[in-house]
Design a binder for this molecule. Structure first.
Ligand SMILES: *Cc1c(COP(=O)(O)O)cnc(C)c1O
Length: 400
């Protein structure tokens, strides 16, 4: 059984407060900040304690593949922010995605998913799950009637990300929740781009919410991590699969992440403020064909984004003039920003999805996911927005 050693607060507070004040029980030293529990295993009081612990008659820490105090603290914070009952933490976002599907699906099952999913998730659907006779069908993010037509008797999970990567399209979470309930499916949402601070999919009917903690949750480009949260019953299935197969998060990474959660709200507020400024700057630049950002009024799902998100997130997508050549010139001229595949870092990052993260998709699938050859994804960081705009501006000026 998973331990509940957290210091449970009687009164519920605002999410920002929960992210700061949720803490595992203090040790005899009465430390203010939670210590790091780098211990693979935990000891038993006596033979009876050992027997009862293994028989799952008590909730306690046994082995860090199952649970660890630092990991539990991070999970508890994410659960409180997402409005979830329980969770399990993983070594990476992809470990969370894989283990969640693998725990809940059997051979012969089918998944209906938005086509606009993270590149490695797409590879899971197309290359890994077929090995176990688990199939999928894709719908376009803005065509839920298409999704409904794809549902079969063996469909178990409805899956989506919102906002999407890298196109920052917004899916209607409430409509997805209704569709899932109507057909008795589990709605699983990858909420990585929004973070639990900006959007809580469970409020709109999601059964499970997945995050890559690697992105805005750590926010400083230091660790890989993943998490799945939801009802106690579903998480128990994810937990039973995962404690055997071993994708557990390292306590050190959990400790870092738990500290990062204390600043999540202030960091994400600034990321979003900067991102909106950068999106507005790009909108008026003559070398830019189009700009997409959920909280930009020109975004096709602006109203929907406003309804389900607190702010637009850190990712801005745009297209440089001149196709592939324009894109190359732009990337080679960038000075301050990093050319990297990560996102949600304090440092602003520019990526070319068509040649990197989404190169495994067929050209047709790329276009269906809104990824054109000249598309650039910026993960807007916490540098001064004037400096970010100046770097983007000088690189764009070089484009013919
Ligand atoms: C990065 C990412 C993942 C995978 O997370 P890792 O921590 O890199 O394994 C999954 N989904 C989305 C939306 C992501 O951005």
């Amino acid at each position: 059984m998973k331990p509940k050693e957290h210091q449970v607060m009687k009164k519920r507070h605002q999410p920002e407060t929960e992210a700061i004040r949720t803490q595992i029980n203090r040790t005899e030293f009465l430390e203010h900040s939670a210590p790091l529990y780098l211990s693979s295993s935990f000891v038993f009081e006596d033979a009876e304690d050992m027997r009862a612990s293994f028989a799952e008659e008590k909730e306690r820490t046994i082995y860090s593949r199952y649970s660890n105090p630092n990991t539990s603290e991070w999970i508890e914070k994410v659960c409180k922010m997402e409005g979830a009952e329980d969770g399990f933490a993983f070594a990476s976002g992809m470990a969370a995605v894989f283990s969640t599907f693998a725990a809940l699906l059997n051979s012969g099952d089918h998944v209906v998913s938005s086509r606009s999913v993270f590149g490695s998730t797409h590879t899971l659907f197309t290359q890994v799950f077929p090995k176990w006779n688990i199939s999928h069908s894709y719908f376009r993010y803005d065509r839920l009637e298409e999704a409904e037509a794809l549902i079969r008797p063996e469909t178990r999970i409805l899956y989506a990300e919102s906002p999407t990567n890298p196109g920052v399209d917004v899916l209607d979470l409430e409509a997805l929740g209704q569709l899932a309930r109507k057909h008795n499916l589990l709605l699983v949402i990858d909420n990585c781009f929004a973070t639990p601070y900006l959007q809580q999919p469970i409020r709109f009917g999601a059964d499970l919410v997945i995050h890559s903690g690697t992105k805005l949750m750590d926010g400083q480009g230091r660790v890989l991590a993943g998490i799945t949260v939801g009802s106690r019953e579903l998480i128990d299935r994810v937990y039973r699969f995962s404690r055997i197969t071993g994708p557990a998060l390292s306590p050190f990474n959990a400790w870092l992440l738990s500290k990062s959660m204390e600043t999540l709200a202030v960091r994400v507020d600034r990321h979003c403020e900067n991102a909106l400024k950068i999106a507005e700057f790009l909108s008026s630049h003559p070398k830019v064909n189009w700009v997409k950002y959920p909280f930009l009024k020109t975004h096709p799902q602006y109203e929907l984004a406003k309804k389900q998100m607190k702010a637009g997130g850190c990712v801005v997508a745009f297209e440089v003039q001149g196709g592939v050549d324009g894109g190359r010139t732009f990337f080679d001229q960038i000075e301050l920003l990093s050319l990297s595949a990560n996102l949600g870092d304090t440092r602003s990052i520019v990526t070319h999805p068509a040649s990197t993260t989404h190169s495994k998709l067929s050209p047709e699938d790329r276009l269906e996911s809104g990824i054109t050859d000249g598309m650039v994804r910026i993960s807007v960081g916490l540098e001064h927005p004037d400096d970010i705009c100046a770097d983007l501006g000088q690189a764009l000026d070089a484009v013919k």
